[in-house]
Design a protein around this ligand. Structure first.
Ligand SMILES: Nc1ncnc2c1ncn2[C@@H]1O[C@H](COP(=O)(O)OP(=O)(O)OP(=O)(O)O)[C@@H](O)[C@H]1O
Ligand SMILES: [Mg+2]
Length: 294
């Protein structure tokens, strides 16, 4: 992926984050995270539940500035939110009282555009995510996948140079999920913006990412960075893809190995959702076990 004028690089430099806990010691959530994301790159961040993935995206978005270290986007330290950094949250967070078009339009309220330009931008993004004909539907009239597409359009409509995606397909069935992964890849190739996708799903991370960053939990830190040097569109049955998947899964099996008999994945908070990839087991062993294994 070559760098492009439409995208920004992101430098995460020794970022650590604690949350205050009532009457207790602060909870260390991120520990010394350093990562450089190139302009126009697609990076997947993979980690088990609670390892700090959403927290990291919130810091990059500028939604939370209470951390140590620096986050620098295109040479400027992040101090606040910016229209140049779009975010798609774990749940779609559409306004239920607004139509699909109105939800996208709402994201443009601070954009320096005329009313006509805003209408055109909304129409263009409805088209981009394949929702023509559903402009006037309310969220309750849309399927889960369609609502997520509205959320992606809303994240893109300000023409951000960076798009942060927090498990945007987590709640979708396997077929819809696969379709939206392809759509996201098409948009990324078309728009050439820098994307960071957070996911639990090893297949999804490898299918979409130029690189996959795996995180270890408690506190969240980078465990490994895997280059996915495979041509797109990727073939999930390609032996090279399978080898990479096995490598990444082996990392996670380190902490899970002793507990595989019997498998206890359903203790995880959302592992019962349908999916088409291989999820990282999200059962929570005692903290000491995680510390020893990771
Ligand atoms: N506002 C908050 N106040 C206190 N603790 C928080 C807050 N937000 C998150 N945490 C804690 O920080 C840790 C990381 O949370 P985070 O939401 O970043 O995890 P995650 O990797 O996104 O998990 P998931 O995959 O389940 O979405 C968790 O232990 C969580 O309880
Ligand atoms: Mg999260």
């Amino acid at each position: 992926m070559t760098s492009s004028t439409l995208s920004d690089s992101i430098d995460i430099l020794h970022v650590s984050k604690h949350y205050a806990q009532q009457g207790g010691t602060p909870l260390a959530v991120l520990d010394d995270i350093s990562l450089r994301v190139r302009a126009g790159e697609f990076v997947s961040v993979l980690g088990s539940s609670g390892c700090g993935k959403s927290t990291l995206l919130r810091l990059i978005a500028g939604l939370d500035t209470d951390y140590s270290g620096d986050i620098v986007v295109a040479g400027d330290k992040v101090r606040d939110t910016s229209l140049e950094r779009g975010i798609v949250f774990q749940d779609h967070r559409l306004f239920p009282w607004l139509t699909a078009s109105q939800n996208i339009l709402a994201a443009l309220r601070n954009a320096p555009l005329s009313a006509r330009e805003k209408r055109e931008a909304v129409a263009e993004h409805i088209d981009l995510v394949g929702l023509k004909g559903f402009e006037n539907s309310y969220p309750h009239q849309l399927s889960g996948g369609m609502a997520q597409r509205v959320a992606i359009a809303r994240g893109l409509v300000n023409r951000p140079r960076v798009l942060l995606l927090d498990e945007p397909f987590g709640a979708l069935d396997a077929l819809t999920r696969g379709r939206l992964q392809n759509e996201l890849q098409r948009i990324w190739e078309h728009e050439r913006i820098t994307m960071i996708l957070v996911t639990h799903d090893v297949d999804e991370a490898l299918y979409l990412g130029d690189r996959v960053v795996t995180m270890a939990p408690r506190p969240g830190r980078i465990k490994r960075i895997v280059d996915v040097a495979l041509p797109r569109p990727r073939e999930r049955n390609d032996p090279r893809f399978i080898r990479l998947r096995d490598e990444v899964l082996a990392d996670f099996a380190e902490h899970d190995g002793a507990r595989r008999e019997p498998r206890n994945e359903r203790a995880g908070h959302d592992d019962d959702e349908p999916h088409d990839g291989t999820r990282i087991p999200v059962a929570s062993p005692p903290i000491t076990e995680w510390r020893l294994a990771w």
